[in-house]
Ligand binder design. Structure first.
Ligand code: HBI
Ligand code: FE
Length: 277
């Protein structure tokens, strides 16, 4: 999950290492939390076949996450073998520079805590269910895994160029809320969508939101909202397209963006290639 939180952070930051990682102490999860995980998993996996892209459907089937809260070290054996990424346990949201540095080293930060039953339908901050169910499957896709490493390296650089807002938008409209065109129609690949019961059908079926062909500068120019369904989704044709679009050095893009007005999440431009559902 991206987006900053203006209240005190959820999670226990008392025992973090210098890189903000902690240990996943599996014995701390209660029977009630194991049950909540299974209910969350059952709810989302019923929606996945209809609305998620095949890459996610196939990996989820292979990971068998439905039997209980996953053990990071067990998943890491498979993940490292697949794409050389690994999961690191964290207490929750990390400072941008820490987060980017992990991504730049093919480490994905996963929160160790699970939401409360009252948050079954919706949660603002990334809990272990959002991070695992939403983000982990695509880390097994080589092209997306390379994109995310390149994104992290770009983030480390952007930090110095005071361009984090632009990169946060790119993360939001791809990693968190991205859509992809497939022969079966539009499908979701963004983690914020995949872990949401309401937004997963909404993002590909509703007439309400804009759906715009992915354009890097257009994405980085666009604001977003963190606590409602999206007003706009950006649609890629392939993960390769995403990787290629973000391969060049971003410095000239930041110069170009500073000359453009920020756009609201609902904005539409004459130059937008709108996609109808
Ligand atoms: N920290 N643990 C965690 N997970 C995130 O998704 C995350 C973060 N810190 C910063 C952040 N995301 C956003 O600023 C991204 O847009 C970079
Ligand atoms: Fe996320």
């Amino acid at each position: 999950m991206a987006g900053q939180t203006d209240h005190t952070l959820r999670g226990d930051y008392a025992n973090i290492r210098p890189d903000y990682t902690v240990d996943q102490d599996y014995s701390l999860y209660t029977v009630a939390e194991q049950d909540l995980w299974k209910r969350l998993y059952a709810r989302q996996s019923a929606l996945i076949p209809h609305y998620a892209c095949d890459e996610i459907i196939d990996v989820l089937a292979s990971l068998n996450l439905g039997t209980g809260i996953p053990r990071f070290d067990e998943i890491n054996v498979k993940l490292i073998a697949a794409t050389r990424w690994s999961l690191v346990a964290v207490p929750g949201l990390l400072p941008d520079d820490v987060f980017f540095t992990h991504l730049a080293n093919r480490r994905f930060p996963v929160s160790v805590w699970l939401r409360t039953p009252e948050e079954f339908e919706y949660i603002v901050e990334p809990d272990i269910f959002h991070d695992f169910f939403g983000h982990v499957p695509l880390l097994f896709n080589e092209t997306f895994a390379d994109y995310l490493e390149a994104y992290g390296k770009g983030g480390v650089k952007a930090n110095g160029l005071n361009a984090l807002d632009y990169l946060a938008r790119l993360y939001w409209y791809t990693v968190e809320f991205g859509l992809i065109s497939t022969p079966k129609g539009l499908r979701a690949y963004g983690a914020g969508i995949l872990s949401s019961s309401g937004e997963l059908p909404y993002c590909v079926l509703s007439q309400q939101p804009n759906r715009i062909r992915f354009d890097l500068l257009r994405v980085m120019q666009s604001n977003y909202k963190i606590d409602t369904f999206q007003d706009t989704y950006f649609v890629i044709d392939s993960f390769q397209e995403l990787f290629d679009a973000t391969a060049p050095d971003f410095t000239p893009y930041y110069v170009e963006l500073r000359g453009r007005p920020d756009l609201t999440a609902m904005a539409r431009l004459e130059t937008d290639q709108l996609i109808k559902v």
